[in-house]
Design a protein around this ligand. Structure first.
Ligand code: NI
Length: 390
């Protein structure tokens, strides 16, 4: 694999960091051991500045290039948090904590960014400043937003921002990206349906809320099938459905359901929100019941900026060879909170091959350490290409 040679040399060392992080998975913002390790490594590497506590438990590190004639600043981001999953890999460096696991490879992302930091600090072959962003709470806690809200972009003068995610199914040593939407938004809705409870033997004296709510579940799929332009992608999933009846001979008075909506753009996001409300309220009204919807905004879609996607592609091709880089990969419907950073600054997010393993978030998922040199090289290449020495 044509990666930067120095990463072949320090591959084993970075693998050691990765496996150590794998043993100490921590959740959301509560990352005391992880952030202590990252800071210890950054100090040993000799970066120029380390600022902890950004976005509660995020860390920002600064590496200055050999020159700074243009005032250029590039942000590179990794996520540090794990998942509440019981690890079932049987690895000798498996999680030491029951019920917590690095099942999304964020240990790999953190180690990769530390590896890039080591190279960039040693070589400093760039004209400007590299800002390393280690964020907490990617898994549902919006840690990326918390860091942005703490002034990340302005305080460090970040002009462009880049991130990566390992991807099972994509061969190790390959990259995949596309301009525009790459990952979906993920919002949540709750619908409460109120009918009229009663005796199961006398449905005519009740309004059967379970029947009404079931009709709503079915009708919600018409939002995707009949309201969204078929060339666009929207997912509506009802995940929970609870009636307040606990007996087979009681007609429920109230039903609550919760679901998630995934879209790749703001227009469909707004359309889905409006149609879900209309379908729920209208269906309930047709049966003499009442439906109320509440909505909680989650992560926005992750939208790659066109120009920066080009830079990300150039760096990936330089690292892996053009044959190993897909430039028009299909978007996927999970969400990613790097989206908040891409709302504040131009940038791009790339998929890094992780070979044959279970999907992310599976208890047998494994990060492939052979992906490390490619990931490190991509970050380093971006910095050197976007901020070349004069
Ligand atoms: Ni992840």
């Amino acid at each position: 694999m044509p990666v930067k040679n120095s990463f072949s040399e320090i591959h084993q060392e970075i693998t050691g960091w990765r496996r150590h992080l794998h043993e100490i998975p921590e959740l959301m913002y509560d990352l005391p051991e992880t952030t202590a390790f990252v800071q210890e490594r950054l100090r040993a590497i000799g970066v120029d500045e380390i600022t902890p506590g950004i976005g509660r438990s995020g860390i920002v590190a600064v590496i200055k290039g050999r020159q700074d004639t243009q005032g250029r600043v590039i942000g590179l981001r990794a996520d540090m948090d794990a998942l509440p999953i019981h690890e079932a890999t049987g690895l000798d460096y498996a999680s030491r904590t029951d019920g917590k696991m690095h099942a999304c490879g964020h240990d790999g992302h953190t180690a990769i960014l530390l590896g890039a930091a080591q190279y960039l600090t040693e070589t400093r072959n760039f004209d400007g400043t590299a800002v390393l962003i280690f964020q907490p709470a990617e898994e549902g806690g919006a840690g990326g937003k918390a860091m942005c809200d703490d002034g990340l972009m302005d305080r460090w003068g970040i002009q462009e921002v880049y991130g990566l995610h390992n991807t099972p199914g994509l061969p190790v040593g390959q990259f995949a990206i596309r301009p525009g939407p790459l990952l979906a938004s993920a919002d949540e809705f709750e619908i409460t349906v109120t009918g009229k409870g009663g005796h199961a033997a006398a449905p005519h004296e009740a309004v059967d809320t379970t029947l009404v709510a079931a009709q709503i579940v079915v009708s919600l799929q018409s939002v995707v099938a009949r309201s969204v332009d078929p060339i666009h992608r929207v997912v509506v999933t009802v995940g929970t459905f609870e009636t307040d009846s606990v007996a087979s001979n009681v007609i429920a008075h109230q039903v609550r359901m919760k679901g998630t909506v995934r879209t790749l753009d703001g227009q469909n996001r707004a359309l889905a929100r409006r149609r879900i409300r209309e379908v729920a309220e209208g269906t309930a009204a047709a049966f003499g019941a009442r439906a109320e919807m509440t909505w909680e905004d989650g992560y926005p879609p992750t939208v790659n900026h066109e120009t920066q996607t080009g830079y990300a592609l150039d760096a990936a091709r330089a690292v892996a060879g053009a044959a190993n880089v897909i430039d028009d990969v299909d978007p996927i419907m999970p969400a990613e909170d790097f989206s908040f950073m891409l709302e504040e600054r131009p940038g791009a997010y790339i998929f890094l091959g992780n070979g044959d393993t279970m999907m992310c978030h599976h208890p047998q998922y494994q990060f492939d350490d052979d992906a490390i040199p490619a990931g490190c090289s991509w970050f380093a290449e971006l910095v050197e290409r976007r901020m070349p020495l004069g």
